[in-house]
Design a protein around this ligand. Sequence first.
Ligand code: PGA
Length: 255
Amino acid sequence: MRIPFVSGNWKMNTMVTEAEKLILEMLDGLDRIEGVEKVLCPPFVSLVAVNMMLRDSSIKLGAQNMYFETKGAYTGEVSPLMLSELCEFVILGHSERRWYFGETDEIVNKKVKAALSNKLKPILCVGERLAENEAGKTKEVVNRQVTTALDRVDSVSDLVIAYEPVWAIGTGKAASGEQAAATIQFIRDVLAKLWDKSIAQDLRILYGGSVTSANIAEFISHPEIDGALVGGASLKAEEFVSIVEQTAKIKGRIR
Ligand code: PGA
């Protein structure tokens, strides 16, 4: 049985003081919700402060990126070892990393392996761009991204995958529940081929891209969709708490 999962990705938003304020605004509301794994991914510079604030809560912490080396002369980078002291999760292969910072599938693969060997749980993001979607290449792209990212990965039991069509991220144009569910089912089929059916069945796959409190129900009503990776709407306490609340309610009902 897959535990529903909702993560907020704050991206490059919030000063440390703003991050602390936002945590205070959502902490009680989120903490109370049961039956959903709740994760917040603030910017690197706020991880220490937020880690302390979340310590006695049921909310877990994630980073938004990392380098694949453990330590050394890599000026400006943050390593999985450093993060392992603070976080349980790390977002890897987000489309903004891929398209603004040139992260290839091979780099994402190195990062996935480095995260797992440092006891960090990757939230691996995959998803096609608009032109690829329009050319009918969604499956091809997602298959390549998943297969390469997980090449020579021994175990995927700590992995979460987020299907985030690039055209839906930050655009207000979310995919439909059906579209998302169909691609997520396809990803599960890919995983079943790479490992086996029961491993694929146990792995959580989220939808991400313009998720709000107004459309979350459409996604999580699909049994294939295990939760959401939320960008913009995770910066508003009330919005985010409502998204997690609805997930708990609807998933509780499905099961
Ligand atoms: P969005 O971002 O919710 O603002 O579209 C989602 C994401 O990038 O993870």
